[in-house]
Design a protein around this ligand. Structure first.
Ligand SMILES: Nc1ncnc2c1ncn2[C@@H]1O[C@H](COP(=O)(O)OP(=O)(O)OP(=O)(O)O)[C@@H](O)[C@H]1O
Length: 356
């Protein structure tokens, strides 16, 4: 198990990259560190690996502090986005290499046996005699992961390992990574800025912004139960629709549509609505076309994405999106009536705190 307690990192120039990180990652869990560029994902990974020293706070592996341990004594496997393979060595030599150096170095034939065992697990046996320069990005990434695994590390750390691959290969390799790390049962931390990648492979996701953990949760909850406005806006494609609305009695008032608060589920309120202004979030799939609509709009543009269509329109003075089935055959300039499925409404205070 990995415990991160009150972890802070202030860089030499005074920049506070991590503010107060607390995380507990279970044995065998696959956790993604997700967030926009600069939020501190790589900083956490480098602190776990021992490539950086924290300003304060604690990191424990299996209950034991690793803060003062050298990277090579932490029993971690590291994979970076640029693979970092040795170009003059064959694949087999690259994978054997970590076993043949350092204080636990083993005889070559033993190292070769272990390397071949792992190459079988990662299905790269046929690449054994190739040099990295003659391989595709996906193949190089498989080799880099295999090289990290041969040392039988306790923790596998992957920093944007798929970012140099094309879209189709990313899908394939991310499935492979999940299958592989689950098969081996290794605790894995995977850095990405791609929400879809994180949603598809993680047991749990750490969503960060500006050096602060915004939510640490299972993938479904990040989408369905966002902790705050940042999470609601970060997760989801197309992005959630956002409206600033004024509370008048039991209604949040808008120009084209209002929200009747008495129709909301009383059990989902997290606080009383005592303020004047609220931010309403409505996911695009919860604007549903209706014969008996709450409001009508003219569709500005239509984006076809496979079986779904994104409809762009303006309502309550804001550019908005709905996602509907391609079979609805809605076109630009069509006048469409929408209803709101109240199951898809979120309310936030102006400071981003979720209240419903
Ligand atoms: N050596 C350094 N000195 C000063 N600031 C740094 C240093 N390294 C990183 N930072 C800053 O710390 C913040 C966090 O950086 P980090 O690399 O952890 O972000 P990230 O979430 O991994 O971003 P990306 O997705 O772009 O790699 C950024 O604002 C970055 O500019």
């Amino acid at each position: 198990m990995i415990q991160i307690e009150k972890l802070k990192k202030v860089y030499d120039n005074g920049y506070e990259a991590l503010k107060n990180i607390n995380l507990e990652i279970n044995e065998g869990e696959l956790v993604c560190l997700l967030g926009p560029s600069g939020c501190g994902k790589t900083t956490i990974l480098n602190l776990l690996a021992g490539l950086l020293d924290p300003t304060s706070g604690e990191i424990k592996f299996d209950g034991e502090s690793v803060i003062n341990k050298h990277p090579k004594d932490r029993n971690i496997g590291l994979v970076f986005q640029n693979y970092a393979l040795y170009p003059h060595m064959t694949v087999l030599e690259n994978i054997m290499f970590p076993l043949t150096v350092g204080k636990n170095k083993m005889p070559k034939n033993e190292a070769m046996e272990i390397a071949k065992k792992y190459m079988k697990i990662t299905s790269i046996e046929e690449l054994a005699d190739k040099k990295p320069g003659n391989m595709s990005g996906g193949q190089q990434q498989r080799v880099a992961i295999t090289r990290a695994l041969v040392q039988n590390p306790k923790v596998l750390l992957l920093d944007e390992p798929l970012s140099n691959l094309d879209a189709r290969l990313r899908l394939k390799i991310r499935e492979e990574i999940r299958r592989l790390v689950k098969e081996i049962g290794i605790t894995t931390i995977f850095v990405t800025h791609d929400q879809e990648e994180a949603l598809s492979i993680s047991d749990r996701i750490v969503l960060m912004n500006q050096g602060i953990v915004q939510q640490f949760d299972i993938p479904q909850n990040l989408y369905l139960e966002p902790a705050n406005l940042f999470v609601a806006q970060f997760m989801g494609n197309p992005i959630i629709n956002i409206y600033e609305m004024k509370k008048e009695g039991n209604v949040l008032k808008g120009e084209n549509f209002s929200i009747d608060l008495s129709l909301l589920n009383k059990d989902r309120f997290k606080a009383d609505l005592t303020e004047e202004n609220y931010v309403v979030g409505i996911r695009p799939e919860y604007f549903v076309t209706s014969e008996n609509p709450l409001f009508n709009v003219e569709i500005e543009t239509v984006e076809l994405i496979g079986k779904d269509c994104i409809l762009n329109f303006k309502t309550n003075g804001v550019n908005s999106k709905s996602i509907v089935d391609v079979n609805d055959r809605i076109k630009e300039k069509d006048n469409v009536g929408f209803d709101i499925d109240y199951n898809g409404i979120y309310l936030f205070q102006e400071n981003g705190v979720r209240v419903y």
